[in-house]
Each structure stands twice: as structure tokens, then as C-alpha cells.
Design a protein around this ligand. Structure first.
Ligand code: GLU
Length: 553
């Protein structure tokens, strides 16, 4: 077979021994894990990537090992623009510690290149080795011929695929191969499977447990007609040469695991430990189903960026799903770095976890409520810089005003939990800004049951308030004035009295406050009014009251 190998790979001068020397075993302590993130630039980064990456990163770093990144770009037809940028953003946003590999601005590490399309020379060394040992061969079958084989197989009810007696090119002689190549026929390189469909392999997956699928019998591709390797072959070569100890990936690879195991064996290598996790599930009515690219926007990590979830919260939530004792640990250690948690592989569940946005929202609300106004200001500004240019300008223009607004209800024993994600903040803050102010002057529904609160009374309350508001009042004096105003128009200033005899009053002081809130803020809900008014300042409040009074003119 050596003559066939030399015929196909005349240019390959490097040997497997050269590569063994170039990429020696890593000098790490016993038990150190080498894991990798191996994205393909063919799609968007999704929750499954975060899931695998967190497991891989924790495993490597808790064991004193290495976590590296390798770009798997051999499917160039399916490549999408911006995918690589998405990968870098993902790593940066989620603060995932990469030790080596393909990085923005160059590669880091001694096991590169870390981009598969730059490793062609390496794949050809091993493809040549397989051919010279009779473990791979050139296949000249055209797509039409392959269709024909499939049809014939179907006609006699045999499994489809290129294998065994159906594999026409398996036993071509050197002369036949040479003739075809001389004739310019195009070919691919196929692996010559030595599997027996009646036998099973045994793999101890560290997440799924013992797996024993049937052996692979198909002659899968090693190199495609464009010369690029398949995922099967490339990742086997790379995981070996980069000295990967644990392959963490989604369960979509379970079906081709027998191919991978066979390729490792054919190359004389021990396969790494596998950790193939189930897909995330979502509740759909009564049942659960896999999160789907098509139906569920929340599968893409982009969704969280746009919505303004803080990556740390998503990480926190995923940790609670990965290790069931994480939540308890977090409660006991609210300020501890997530990396100090004793993450364990044993606790990873073999079946799919339920991804519940409501739980993420709870974590997020809580997290945001504990931020200082400076911190939340920075999150909002950074978010707006990407997603809302006008809002960004507003935030930049008067930083103190923005931070004062964001400081309302923060820092105390019981901080407000009214922001779930950063996208909400614009609406939360908008009434403070003339350029964003879109008042809704509708009075609350309960007013319909209080016919004495007429348009005229509402107007008078707003007019009076212009004369009594004093920005120097403390909160008690401020509220006393509202009470006095209430008394003047026969609204009960004491809620208890009001509840006892509501018929004696037009309404209560709460109604007067509501009128003023709507007049100034243009909405029925706002954070603490005293704080809001103080931050807005007298001039703004006066303008708002006037606008309200003359709203119909
Ligand atoms: N390039 C593969 C993907 O993006 C990686 C699978 C693996 O981790 O081996 O799905």
C-alpha cells in the first residue's frame, strides 16, 4: 500500500514521528485535564456551547490543566460571516479563561496551529499513514454512483452506506488507482472500516455512563474532494496531537462516536475521555422538548446580549443546572467568585436539563438589585453603546443625573428588584428625560369609582402643587405638604380614617400622590416619589406640572 500512499501524497515528507516530537506529551501533574472549546464558524454561539465550555473550563482549571480553543473551519461552504467575531465576543463576555489556542491578534501555545484550515499538512501526514497501512483508500465514486449504490441497497433491503461488499473502491489495485488519477478523475480518501456490525464498542462516557453502540462498518470520509479533512478525522488528529484528555461536547456526536473510536484505534492512539451532554430542554405546555434553533430565540447567546442579561447571571444559572448543590453554595457564599465552587463531574446529569427563563430572571433581578449605581450605569451605558445609540448619548451627556436616577432604591437593606435585564432600563428611566418623555396621563381605574375626583379637582391639585413644592423640603416636610393639599380638597390624609369612612371623602392622600405622580412622571408607576422629585429638580417638575395642566389646550 506504500506505493499507493506515495502516489497520492508525493509531497508529504513529514512523518508521524516528526509530529510526535513537535507536539510532545504535556508536562502537567497527574490528573490534570486538557480540554478544549472547538467551535465551527458555521453558526451562532448557543447555550449548548456555554454549557460545554463551562464544563471544559472548570474541569481544566480545577485540575491544574489546560483549556484551549481550536477553530474547526473545515466546512468552508457553510461558514457564515461574523461567526468568528461571535466566538471572541462570547469568550470575552463570559469571561471564560482560555489558556491557549486561536485568539484575537494571534495564536498562543505550542500545539498549534489552532485553526484547522492551517493544519492541512498535518492531516495529510496521517491520511498518508492510514493509506500506506491499508486502513484508508482513494474512492473515485461519483455522487451518481453513490446514489445508485444506495438504490441497490434499498432494493435488497440492506443498510445504506459505503461499506463492505458495496464499497467498490476498497480493493482497487495500484494500477487501477494510478490510471484513474492519471485520467484526472477526482477522488476522496475513505477510511477502511474494520468494524463488525454484530459487535459493540464499549465507551465509558463520564456524563452518560457506559455506552455500547454497534461498531461502525461504514467507510467514512477522511479527506473530502477539496482535500479538506472531515470533522471525524480532523478532530481525532487534533485531539491527539494537542494532547486533549477530555472531549466535552453535545450528544449530537453520539451517533458518530463509533467512527471516532475506530479512527483513534486505527491510528494507534488511545481515545480521550468522552463527556457528551444532553441537550437543554424547554417546557412546552405539559411536556418538555429540546430547545430549537428555529423556534426558540433564547437558544442563541446573542439573545441575552441584545436583551441585556448580564453574562455573569447566565453563568450562575447554568452552574445551578450543572451541579445541583451550586445554589446552596451560592446562598452561603453570596460574594464568592464562582470559580471557587467545588465543581464536580459526578453531579452532571446524563439527561437533559430544563432551561427555565423565569429562574434566570430571578437570578438576574437579584444580581442587578445588588449592583451599585456606578456599576449598573456602566452596564447600561455599555449595552446602549451597542444597541441604542441615542440612549447612549443621553447617558453620556449627564452622567451624574443618570447615576442619581439609577441610585434610587439601591444600597439599602432591601434593594428594589424591578430590573430584570438591561434593556428594561431605558423605559425605567425614560420619564426623567424630556427627549424620551412620552406621558400617559390616564388616571387609575379606581378613580372611576370616585366620581368626585373630577378633572377640575385634578387640575387644581396640580396647580396648587406648583406653589408649594420646595426642593429643600426633607421627606417628612415634603409629604406633610401633600397631606395638607389633600385636606384642602377633602381627601383623607389619614389612611385609617379613610378606610373606615370612605364616603366622607373624595379620596385619600394616596390618590393625591397618584395625581402628582402622573402629572410629573406621566405614568402610574415610579420608584419612590420623593427621591424621583429630588433628582428631577424644581425646574423640571414645574415644567411637567404646566405641561400636565395645559395638556388639553
Ligand atoms: N466543531 C464542532 C462543533 O462546533 C465541535 C465538536 C467538538 O467539540 O468536538 O459542533
Amino acid at each position: 500500500m506504500k506505493n499507493i500512499a506515495d502516489l497520492i501524497f508525493p509531497d508529504v515528507k513529514l512523518t508521524p514521528e516528526d509530529l510526535e516530537k513537535k507536539y510532545p506529551k504535556r508536562d502537567l501533574k497527574d490528573g490534570a485535564c486538557v480540554t478544549r472549546f472547538a467551535p465551527s464558524p458555521t453558526g451562532f454561539i448557543h447555550l449548548g456551547n456555554l454549557w460545554s465550555t463551562l464544563i471544559g473550563e472548570r474541569l481544566a482549571h480545577l485540575s491544574g490543566g489546560v483549556f484551549y480553543i481550536r477553530l474547526e473551519d473545515t466546512d468552508q461552504k457553510r461558514e457564515i460571516e461574523g461567526a468568528t467575531r461571535g466566538i471572541f465576543n462570547f469568550l470575552k463576555n463570559f469571561d471564560l479563561n482560555i489558556d491557549e489556542g486561536f485568539q484575537q491578534g494571534g495564536e498562543v501555545g505550542n500545539y498549534g496551529p489552532y485553526i484547522q484550515s492551517e493544519r492541512m499538512e498535518i492531516y495529510r501526514v496521517y491520511a498518508k499513514k492510514l493509506v500506506s497501512e491499508g486502513k484508508a483508500y482513494p474512492c473515485f465514486c461519483s455522487p451518481e454512483e453513490l446514489d445508485k449504490i444506495r438504490e441497490n441497497q434499498a432494493a435488497v433491503k440492506e443498510n445504506t452506506g459505503y461499506y463492505g461488499k458495496w464499497a467498490k473502491c476498497r480493493d482497487l489495485s495500484f494500477e487501477e488507482i494510478k490510471n484513474k488519477i492519471d485520467n484526472g478523475e477526482s477522488y476522496i480518501i475513505r477510511f477502511k472500516s474494520f468494524g463488525d456490525e454484530n459487535k459493540r464498542i464499549a465507551v465509558n462516557d463520564l456524563i452518560k455512563g457506559l455506552l455500547d453502540p454497534p461498531e461502525n462498518i461504514r467507510d467514512e470520509l477522511v479527506l473530502k474532494s477539496d482535500g479538506l479533512p472531515t470533522y471525524h478525522f480532523a478532530h481525532v488528529v487534533d485531539d491527539y496531537l494537542m494532547r486533549t484528555t477530555h472531549v466535552v461536547r453535545g450528544e449530537e456526536y453520539l451517533s458518530t462516536l463509533p467512527v471516532h473510536v475506530q479512527m483513534f484505534e486505527a491510528l494507534g492512539w488511545q481515545s480521550p475521555h468522552y463527556m457528551q451532554h444532553a441537550h437543554l430542554l424547554k417546557r412546552d405546555g405539559e411536556s418538555k422538548r429540546k430547545l430549537s434553533k428555529r423556534k426558540d430565540p433564547e437558544l442563541a447567546l446573542d439573545y441575552y446580549g441584545k436583551t441585556g442579561y448580564i453574562p455573569q447571571c447566565l453563568k450562575e444559572y447554568i452552574m445551578t443546572l450543572l451541579n445541583s448543590n451550586y445554589e446552596e453554595w451560592r446562598l452561603a457564599n453570596p460574594h464568592e467568585d464562582l470559580n471557587n465552587f467545588d465543581f464536580t463531574v459526578e453531579k452532571l446529569s446524563p439527561s437533559g436539563a430544563l432551561f427555565d427563563l423565569n429562574k434566570l430572571n430571578d437570578i438576574s433581578k437579584n444580581y442587578i438589585s445588588l449592583l451599585s449605581s456606578d456599576e449598573i450605569y456602566n452596564y447600561v451605558k455599555n449595552w446602549a453603546e451597542i444597541y441604542d445609540e441615542d440612549f447612549y448619548k443621553i447617558l453620556e451627556e449627564n452622567q451624574k443625573y443618570a447615576k442619581d436616577i439609577l441610585s434610587i432604591g439601591r444600597g439599602g437593606e432591601k434593594p428594589r428588584k424591578d430590573i430584570t435585564f438591561i434593556r428594561e432600563v431605558k423605559n425605567y428611566m425614560s420619564f426623567f428625560y424630556e427627549e424620551l418623555f412620552e406621558p400617559d396621563y390616564k388616571m387609575p381605574e379606581v378613580f372611576e369609582k370616585k366620581p368626585e375626583i373630577t378633572e377640575d379637582i385634578i387640575k387644581k391639585i396640580a396647580e396648587d402643587y406648583i406653589n408649594i413644592y420646595d426642593s429643600n423640603d426633607d421627606s417628612t416636610a415634603w409629604f406633610d405638604k401633600i397631606k395638607t393639599l389633600a385636606g384642602k380638597y377633602n381627601f383623607a390624609s389619614d389612611m385609617k380614617l379613610y378606610r373606615k369612612n370612605p364616603q366622607d371623602y373624595k379620596g385619600s392622600v394616596a390618590d393625591v400622590s397618584m395625581i402628582l405622580r402622573i402629572a410629573v412622571c406621566g405614568r402610574q408607576n415610579s420608584p419612590d416619589m420623593y427621591d424621583v422629585f429630588k433628582i428631577m429638580g424644581k425646574e423640571r417638575i414645574m415644567k411637567r406640572l404646566e405641561r400636565f395642566i395645559f395638556r388639553n389646550e
